[in-house]
Write a protein of this length. Structure first.
Length: 190
């Protein structure tokens, strides 16, 4: 990876690899208190949060974080009129590094938190790590796949593997509810 932000994705998916139901809503059954605690702790160490207009995090410190909100409504990069610590970014009009620079972010960690098109875009840009939680007792047939329709038919794990990431050992976040976490990381060249 180049000298830029370290790119780390965070998602919880159903047993069938979905992040939302067919209408785009994250059902309560997919939400996990243990996963939410893990996610909130992880966001405490990031320098930038990147997401689409429907994705957000409702943590008490959310308003303090610098963020990029992906949109097609602008040509490239623009201030976000709703939040002075964020910017609107159209990846078709500007590179990720330019969007980071617009917020004064020259390095550190960028947390990618969704939705499907955003996760898919960063498969192309290149994740350094992806933290994939799975709600093993929840199925969302016909739902929205984590990496978008462009990778339909591939499991999240296969998408991550094909993008050059390798899994670490699975950890239980909430054994009673079948919620697990696997950290996928890009290995340094030997």
């Amino acid at each position: 990876m180049s000298a830029r932000c370290r790119i780390e994705g965070y998602a919880i998916v159903s047993v069938d690899g979905m992040i939302a139901d067919a209408s785009g809503v994250v059902p309560d059954s997919l939400k996990s208190e243990a996963d939410q605690r893990y996610f909130e702790r992880a966001l405490e160490r990031v320098d930038l949060v990147v997401h689409g207009r429907r994705s957000h995090e409702g943590h008490p410190n959310s308003a303090e974080r610098r963020r990029l909100v992906l949109t097609r409504r602008i040509a490239a990069i623009a201030p976000n009129p709703d939040d002075p610590r964020s910017a609107l970014w159209n990846p078709a009009g500007a590179a990720f590094e330019a969007a980071c620079a617009a917020l004064g972010v020259a390095g550190g960690v960028a947390a990618i938190i969704g939705g499907p098109e955003v996760y898919g875009l960063f498969v192309e840009i290149g994740y350094d790590a992806f933290h994939l939680s799975r709600a093993g007792k929840v199925a969302l047939p016909g739902g929205l796949p984590v990496f978008g329709s462009s990778r339909a038919g591939l499991s999240p794990e296969e998408t991550l593997r094909r993008s050059g990431l390798e899994p670490e050992a699975e950890r239980a976040l909430d054994a009673a509810n079948g919620v697990t976490l696997v950290d996928w990381r890009r290995r340094a060249p030997a």
